[in-house]
Design a protein around this ligand. Structure first.
Ligand code: 3HC
Ligand code: NAI
Length: 681
């Protein structure tokens, strides 16, 4: 065996050369990997005793793509196109031997090889669209030639990988290896290939065609999903080019469109988020080796909106749950809703009926907190009331076993005050799920003043195990996400007093890419959260709507009117109330442009984010962006509020804030003066 460079080896097994890439963690195609493969290939081709070449990877995966961290930097070493050309035009057959994930540039490398073999657990995908890109190394031209236009369209626009069985059926791979014998089976395939009439088969030579109208109907069918994003459309155009243009021309089209996307702000935002998400998993000052506590059983208190959804996460991940309510009716209702949710998922074919039964069988409903004695993690999700939560935590302190973690799902309340009623504040923290808790991926982990490092590490680990993206926040009113909602809501309320209607505000935000605006959100959550008839002063628009029993979607009316299908329409009653409120406050209404609405709603959020950083509530600006991406549906192509602030320019944000009568924070002011950004340093 010869070491070609630190990340590539070349060996020979009889007449077959083996190129092994070993560049942890994921064998991304860095300059060293590209150069290593190219040099090894040259040597194998020059080696008179070698007749075929196997390309294989060490470690956990085949090449998982281009090296994203090299993007936007000057190119070094051999280019990927040149390398793939070299592979495809090799006079000796090249066999890609695949395990783990062949993604992006990795799959494109395999597509340039003459033969492909994979183990049954391997996965194949072109996830570039998720980075706001398209496969820029021939993927859009070769994939449809192998698997057909329809499948290729689905793969490049969703970015979702397919499994080995699917890959074999669709012709993406030529053979399946035994799980633990990839190397041997690939060598055997190489020898077999040499006996075939055309051992040097090239994907580029295959024909490709599409049904008339196919591309347009694909666009129509997915219009909602692709809304706002550039990359899906660019990917479709490339597949179209594969059908309408000769191979080389198609490659040139792909190259051109790839560079367009690469230069754009959308891809910059999405690549930033890729690393931001991984960064959020890292807790400064927490030593690497810290062992999380084992979690074998979870307790959930409260089977309401949140308790039910929270429980489902654990049940689906195979972790048994004891759920506690105050009375039989509430318990039955809560458990019934969980079952209905599971059944609906099964009906859509996303879960087997057996999986539903298995999940529900892991649930132990109870009316007594004493039944939580054997739980390793207990999550409280009762009404948002500090006294009630304190009462529950002091009871839990006497019930929970030693070492159990006690968490609250509170949206706003002081975790330290809750921890203080127990004898074990170091075992207490916040685990703030987002509604619907079985769907939304964000999990804010609220670190109390006394939360111990291993408790924090355990919460992060269990969060990931149930498929969430955990982000650490410090204790303050509303933590990261909800705290930033408040300035937006204040701005929205001021805007409707000054001249906009609720639907104007909502439209400005949905056109920006948010799934809904503040008034749609209020209608969904219920206007009466924290409101009561006894204490209502009938002053605000919300007071008046609640008094009229317009409490949001659940009552069929709120800021909007709803039909049976919950389709909203602007309400003339609300319009009248809004006008009355302005008149009552002596305000001369004016027309407010959508840009002003957008600036006044988003810039104060950016400023609040700056304060959150100032107070060390979030470790980094990118954590705030991850909160908004996964908790509130901030459009990925805008990278999150802090990244967005940077793209606008913080000097502009600060100036505009002042013009709107909002004094920016010290942090924002300083960065703006220094011409810096939150995420750009
Ligand atoms: N480039 C650079 N670094 C990468 C990378 C890549 N393509 N893929 C993963 N990494 C890094 C991650 O940042 C992480 O680093 P860290 O440990 O320092 O945080 C480490 O590798 C491990 O990654 P994960 O934590 O994500 O590990 P998982 O095992 O959960 O997942 C994976 C592995 C499925 C490969 C996942 O990392 C992934 O989806 N990677 C991205 C794949 C991708 O998008 N490829 C296409 C790239 S674009 C391209 O190829 C353009 C081409 O068409 C020209
Ligand atoms: P909910 O009103 O739907 O459910 C609360 C449940 O707790 C009720 O079923 C009630 O019977 C039960 N309960 C009350 N006292 C109890 C006790 N002593 N023992 C056991 N059960 C008890 O409320 P929801 O919306 O689920 O909220 C729960 C918590 O989650 C609150 O702290 C809330 O702020 C927080 N939260 C809510 C979100 C939402 O969107 N609804 C989002 C994130 C957090």
């Amino acid at each position: 065996m010869t070491a070609i460079n630190p990340v590539t080896d070349l060996a020979r097994d009889g007449d077959i050369a083996l190129i092994t890439v070993d560049s942890p963690p994921v064998n991304a195609l860095s300059a060293a990997v590209r150069d290593g493969i190219a040099t090894a290939l040259d040597q194998a081709i020059a080696d008179a005793e070698c007749r075929a070449i196997v390309l294989i990877c060490a470690g956990r995966t085949f090449i998982a793509g281009a090296d994203i961290s090299e993007f936007g930097k000057p190119m070094q070493g051999i280019g990927l196109h040149e390398l793939l050309n070299k592979i495809e035009s090799s006079p000796k057959p090249v066999i890609a031997a695949i395990h783990g994930t062949a993604l992006g540039g990795g799959l494109e490398t395999a597509l340039a090889a003459h033969w492909r073999i994979a183990v049954p657990s391997a996965k194949f995908g072109l996830p570039e669209v998720k980075l706001g890109l398209l496969p820029g190394a021939g993927g859009t031209q070769r994939l449809p030639r192998l698997v057909g236009v329809e499948r290729a369209l689905a793969m490049v626009t969703s970015g979702t990988p397919i499994g080995a069985a699917d890959a074999a059926r669709s012709g993406l791979i030529d053979a399946t290896a035994e799980e633990t014998r990839l190397r041997e089976d690939a060598i055997a395939l190489a020898r077999r290939a040499l006996g075939e009439p055309n051992p040097l088969k090239k994907v580029r030579d295959l024909p490709v065609q599409a049904e008339p109208g196919m591309f347009d109907s694909f666009r129509k069918a997915h219009a909602r999903k692709f809304r706002g994003f550039d990359a899906p459309e660019y990917n479709i155009r490339c597949i179209e080019a594969a059908v309408t243009q000769p191979f080389e021309e198609g490659l040139a089209t792909e190259r051109r469109l790839f560079l367009d996307l690469m230069d754009g702000v959308q891809s910059r935002a999405q690549r930033y988020l890729f690393f931001a998400e991984r960064q959020a998993a890292k807790i400064p000052g927490l030593s690497e080796g810290i062992a999380p506590r084992p979690i074998a059983r979870v307790g959930v208190i409260g089977a309401g909106t949140m308790g039910g959804g929270i429980s489902m996460n654990f049940l689906s991940a195979g972790i048994p749950v004891t759920i506690v309510e105050t009375n039989e009716a509430a318990l039955e209702r809560g458990v019934g809703i969980m079952r209905r949710n599971y059944d609906n998922t099964a009906q859509k074919g996303r879960l087997t009926p057996q999986a539903v039964e298995q999940a529900m069988a892991r649930l132990a409903p109870s009316l007594s907190l004493d039944d939580l004695a054997d739980c390793d993690l207990i999550i409280e999700a009762v009404f948002e009331n500090l006294d009630l939560k304190k009462q529950i935590f002091s009871r839990l302190d006497t019930i929970a076993k030693a070492g159990a973690i006690l968490a609250s799902n509170t949206s706003y309340l002081d975790i330290d005050a809750i921890a203080a009623v127990t004898q074990r504040p170091s075992d207490v923290l916040g685990m703030h799920f987002f509604s619907p808790a079985n769907v939304m991926r964000l999990l804010e982990i609220v670190r109390g003043a006394k939360t111990s490092p291993d408790v924090l590490a355990t919460a992060m680990a269990i969060g990931r195990r149930i498929g969430k993206v955990p982000v650490v926040a410090g204790v303050c009113h509303g933590f990261i996400g909800n705290r930033m909602l408040e300035p937006r809501q204040r701005a929205a309320n001021a805007l409707i007093l000054e001249g906009a209607m609720p639907w104007d505000v909502d439209r400005a935000l949905t056109e920006f890419g948010m799934p809904m605006g503040p008034f749609q959100m209020a209608d969904l959550a219920g206007l009466d959260i924290g409101w009561s008839r006894e204490t209502s002063r009938g002053e605000t628009l919300r007071d008046r709507l609640c008094e009229m029993d317009r409490r949001g979607q659940k009552t069929g009316a709120g800021f909007y009117d709803y039909d049976e299908k919950r389709t909203p329409t602007p309400s003339p009653i609300v319009e009248r109330l809004v006008l009355e409120q302005s008149a009552g406050a002596g305000i001369q209404r004016r027309t407010i442009a959508p840009e002003e609405i957008l600036e006044r709603c988003t810039y104060p959020m950016i400023d609040e984010g700056a304060r959150i950083l100032e107070e060390n509530i979030a470790y980094r600006a990118s954590d705030i962006d991850i909160v908004w991406l996964y908790g509130y549906g901030w459009p990925a192509y805008r990278g999150g509020p802090m990244f967005y602030g940077d793209t606008v320019g913080l000097a502009t944000v600060a100036d505009k804030l002042r013009r709107y009568g909002h004094e920016p924070s010290a942090r924002l002011t300083k960065l703006a003066e220094e011409g810096r950004g939150f995420t750009t340093g």
